[in-house]
Design a binder for this molecule. Structure first.
Ligand code: URA
Length: 198
């Protein structure tokens, strides 16, 4: 069933290039893990490390995520990990001439929303965990959820159960969020373990 995903990602890249959102086909990183899993985790967009490896969440934020999943008894192989935006959000730093990360624009969010929802319709997970503001907005574009209000909750949505968490990079920049992130993460792990029958 999920060979469809490869065709889907090919069409997605073509559209993003036509829209001029990314002209570098090497900067695209697609979902990874068990395509049949009942559990999907969605990040924002790949960074330089992810582009190099061709796998989401392998850099510093990925280490945070992977360590916590492992501590909770969940492996990356049991779930599917993808990003709302599948190309690196980058721009040229005029001072160095090198690429640096840039924030997602409203256009990135708008263009990726439909594709993210279609990706979830192909995978049909029982629970979706979003990491940060961007995947939540892409997945539920009509909602006006604020992370401060909904983090850690189980939301009943037209995409099924969605648990929004802060992005694992946010605790690198804002240490005060660590406890909140850890508590949300522990509760999410309990839900995921029930769904995976562990
Ligand atoms: N941050 C994300 O949101 N996704 C990645 O793949 C890596 C870092």
């Amino acid at each position: 069933m999920n060979n469809k995903l490869a065709d889907f990602y090919r069409e997605y890249m073509e559209e993003m290039q036509i829209l001029g959102l990314s002209d570098d086909s090497d900067s695209f990183v697609y979902g990874h893990g068990d395509k049949e899993s009942s559990v999907v985790l969605i990040g924002e967009a790949p960074g330089a490390e992810e582009v190099k490896a061709g796998v989401p969440f392998v850099g510093a934020a990925g280490k945070n995520l992977n360590d916590r999943l492992e501590a909770g008894g969940i492996t990356r192989q049991e779930i599917f990990v993808t990003n709302a935006i599948k190309y690196r959000l980058s721009e040229v730093n005029p001072k160095t001439g090198k690429l640096r990360n840039r924030p997602a624009t409203a256009q990135d969010v708008r263009a990726n929303s439909r594709w993210l929802r279609m990706e979830m319709e192909l995978i049909k997970p029982k629970v979706i965990i979003t990491l940060g503001r961007v995947p939540l907005k892409c997945l539920l574009p009509e909602s006006n959820y604020q992370m401060g209000d909904v983090h850690g909750q189980k939301l009943d949505t037209d995409m099924g159960v969605v648990i929004p968490l802060y992005h694992p990079a946010s605790i690198i920049y804002n240490r005060e969020l660590t406890q909140v992130f850890d508590d949300d993460f522990d509760n999410m792990i309990k839900v995921v373990k029930t769904i995976l029958g562990k």
